[in-house]
Ligand binder design. Sequence first.
Ligand SMILES: [Zn+2]
Ligand SMILES: [Zn+2]
Length: 412
Amino acid sequence: MIKKQRNKPCWCGSGIKYKKCHLQREQELKVPAYKIHNDFKNSLKHKECKVPNELKHKCSNKIIKAHTISKSANLKSIARDGKVYGMNFNMLDIEGDSNPVQLELIHINQASIFYIFCSIHDKVLFAPLEDAEFIFSQEQIFLLSYRTVAKAMYMKEQQVKLFSENVSTYDKGFTNKFQHSYIQAISHMFSDEESQLSDIRRIKKTFDNDLLVSRYDNMKYYCILIDKVPEVMVSGILNPDRDFDGNILVDYVNDPTKEYNAIVTSIIKIEDNGAIIFSWNSSIESHECDIFIQSLHNLNNEDKINAITCLLLKKNKENLYFSPSWYEGLDSNKKKLIDESYVADEYINHTDEEVEELLNSDMTLLPSYFKNLDRSSQKKLLNSIPIKDDDISDFEEYDLFNWKILDIKIEA
Ligand SMILES: [Zn+2]
Ligand SMILES: [Zn+2]
């Protein structure tokens, strides 16, 4: 009987036999912090040219470090001694008090680089963007967005791979009870990651189809031109799930299968000025993008800049680079606002009463696996989920930049 159990698939859902998976996990050696750190770092060393399959026969065999924010045009302009401030991920301190996510000085050769294009495609594909003056052509807007979408897909793919290959073994050496709540928690996160991956793959596919026929007129954008070289450079992607008035634009609960579009955010330098660009491919249904942009457009000009700053710090911080002299020159309150946004994911310890209260309230929104857990596992799980502050309507205090709006260009 026991032998039979041992040969059954493990309860954790790994698909591996129990005897080779969780059978003696509490007696195994704990995974050391440096191993976890290296797993995360190595996951971004995977090299692959992200052009559509139809173009892969033209790839060179060299995958290069591709900058998702143009190095010469943008990063150099804000660097000091070749360095900028950006987010770094340091898991070595995971058992200490410091946050694994930190704002650190990063060399621009290392900033915003990903192994996502071969040397030929990085050069040829993006030449109209990199080697020409930025004139807001549809093609340039397309390429700027395409590179960010390709990066976002790569990141998501690597995260999902990391989850399935490594993260599921980090419960080695912990008690049986812990293993159960740990696996529950990560399978929940994992299913989120997987659905985000399928979203971004769908969006990338739409861009690929347009790229193959050089069709750029599906691109919509909203661009704010500012009067100086921005002290921050950005290339990121965001889901317009809330607008600037605080309205929620998505309905994941009642309409879980609905597919949403994403908006690419870029801040670039154009000669002595800057441009904040929101762009999206309108061949995907983009109702939420329209509402989101309209709510930005309705704000007065000063509020627009503060609202965008709030948005970037809450939702785009992983590919955000600051000028060191600007950041270090901020007064302590403004600096604190930035620093805190990097540790904003709060882990809240719930009291038994709070858990009780939550469970006695409306449970319909909670996933069924959660409802079936025992109280202590529920509590552990609740405490392991960071609370994200993603309300972008309270932007008044985000007056970090002294930018004047020169013009607004709209293709929507
Ligand atoms: Zn297992
Ligand atoms: Zn290639």
